[in-house]
Design a protein around this ligand. Structure first.
Ligand code: 5RP
Length: 226
């Protein structure tokens, strides 16, 4: 699932988004290698006196934030002013996420934030969203959701773990079906059709959620406002 550009490009994007964080803010902390650069940059700012609280979106971002010395809070106590998160593909401002199987919590935190800053390298852009859409499902719904997405024209594949026998199990104890629809002409319709299937916890289509995209290249960073 994972694809991506150079570490330098990712670092530039992550650091650029971290620059947008001000004193006193609550920050949604995304998951993945590009968001990790933003978390590390925020940790350095915290060391230098920045006063923020973070809301992690995964085990990985919680661990990174803890190591970076960022104080943590939850959505029960605070609303994020800003969320910084990566993406697997970007087209027309819409995203496919979930390469790290964290998209359910990411969507909750990203959607709750006043502003979502997406951090990507420039290899993530496409004319149309066309990579498989990760769909987190309750384990009992594996067959029924697979049948239903097949009926919607997709070819679903249960995501397998790499250093464990069997499937990937998400931070929420669920499974992931990677659903290949080919090019997605209407992301809104696709998002609604997936969301209404019984047993679907969350899918990786993030439609109309991003406010800014910080795009890292090997030389510079550019910011696209949406
Ligand atoms: C995790 C995600 C990640 O944000 C996405 O996979 C991008 O990761 P990376 O920055 O490592 O390419 O959605 O579920």
């Amino acid at each position: 699932m994972k694809r991506g550009g150079s570490e330098d490009a990712k670092r530039r994007a992550g650091e650029s988004a971290a620059d947008a964080v001000d004193d006193g803010m609550v920050v949604g902390l995304g998951t993945g290698s590009t968001a990790a650069h933003a978390i590390r940059a925020l940790g350095r700012e915290v060391d230098a006196g920045l006063d923020i609280e973070g809301i992690p979106t995964s085990f990985q971002s919680r661990e990174l934030a803890h190591d970076a010395g960022i104080e943590l809070t939850t959505l029960d106590e605070s609303t994020p002013d800003i969320a910084i998160d990566g993406a697997d593909q970007v087209a027309d401002g819409h995203l496919i996420k979930g390469g790290g199987a964290a998209h359910a919590r990411e969507k909750i935190v990203d959607a709750a934030a006043d502003r979502l800053l997406v951090v990507v390298d420039d290899g993530k852009f496409a004319d149309e969203l066309d990579i498989p859409v990760p769909v987190e499902i309750l384990p009992d719904a594996r067959q029924t959701v697979a049948d239903a997405v097949r009926a919607q024209g997709s070819d679903p594949e249960l995501r397998r773990a790499e250093r464990k026998d069997g499937p990937v199990v998400t931070d929420n104890g669920n499974l992931v079906l990677d659903c290949d629809f080919g090019p997605i002409a209407n992301p809104t319709e696709r998002a609604v059709a997936l969301a209404e299937l019984p047993g679907v916890v969350e899918h990786g289509l993030f439609v109309d959620l991003a406010d800014e995209i910080h795009v890292g290249t090997d030389e510079r960073v550019r910011i696209e406002e949406l």
